[in-house]
Design a protein around this ligand. Structure first.
Ligand code: ADP
Ligand code: 5GP
Length: 205
């Protein structure tokens, strides 16, 4: 019997470095998969449909909502984003570990539905640095940047109910800390038990 896949749910205010950190983790752990979300936002330069997101219209998104196709979905900074139920089911059943880069509303929905997952929150070192990173990314209009900064304080208040908090100050240290969480969660007894030699019989107290 194989173990079920682990869901690593990662949230952060926009610009904290979550996408960059997630890309690094996917390089380090090739067996870890990125959950490709659906969104109504327009693709940024360099983003690829089906790899970064499934880019769909509001009508298509609402149809999926009505059909119960999402495990969670939310409006974030004026656009709709959602994780397909199918994606989570497939990974659970096949034992694939999945990285979910979703906002705190979506993470809270999964927690409330008692979907088992490891909730990790990424903080920037300061609001000043958050702004610097958003502006330095050169991906958003000044209005979009202001919306994202205005939303950051409320998002950060949500960090208190996450299982882990990582401050993304020095990038390499944040990566090491995330690696430690991923490895530790894979060594929980409930995960390891399925991979032990058959001759071992574990007792309980
Ligand atoms: P998010 O996905 O959280 O919105 P990104 O991963 O796009 O954020 O990062 C925002 C910007 O900050 C990018 O230009 C990225 O290269 C930069 N960045 C990420 N982590 C760090 C860090 N630890 N120190 C300095 N810059 C960083
Ligand atoms: P971006 O537009 O910068 O790619 O993402 C904006 C925000 O939407 C980020 O906080 C990101 O985590 C969140 N997001 C991306 N995909 C999903 C999703 O499927 N569900 C939810 N709830 N949020 C998502």
């Amino acid at each position: 019997m194989q173990r079920t896949g682990i869901l690593y749910v990662i949230s952060a205010p926009s610009g904290a470095g979550k996408s960059t950190l997630c890309r690094e983790l996917l390089d380090i752990f090739p067996e870890l998969r990125h959950s490709v979300s659906f969104t109504t936002r327009n693709p940024r330069p360099g983003e690829v449909d089906g790899r970064d997101y499934f880019f769909i219209s509001r009508e298509e998104f609402q149809r999926m909502v009505a059909e119960g196709g999402f495990a969670e979905w939310a409006e974030v900074h004026g656009n709709l984003y959602g994780t397909a139920l199918k994606t989570l089911r497939h990974c659970r059943e096949t034992g694939i570990d999945l990285l979910l880069d979703i906002d705190c509303q979506g993470a809270a929905q999964l927690k409330n539905k008692q979907v088992a997952g490891v909730n990790i929150f990424i903080l920037p070192p300061s609001f000043k640095e958050l702004r610097r990173r958003l502006e330095g990314r050169n991906a958003d209009t000044p209005e979009t940047i202001e919306t994202r900064i205005a939303n950051a304080a409320a998002e950060i208040r949500e960090a208190g109910w996450y299982d882990y908090i990582i401050v993304n100050d020095t990038f390499s240290r944040a990566v090491e800390e995330l690696k430690a969480i991923i490895v530790a969660e894979r060594h929980r007894t409930g995960c390891i038990i399925h991979n032990l030699p058959a001759e071992f019989r574990l007792g309980t107290v």
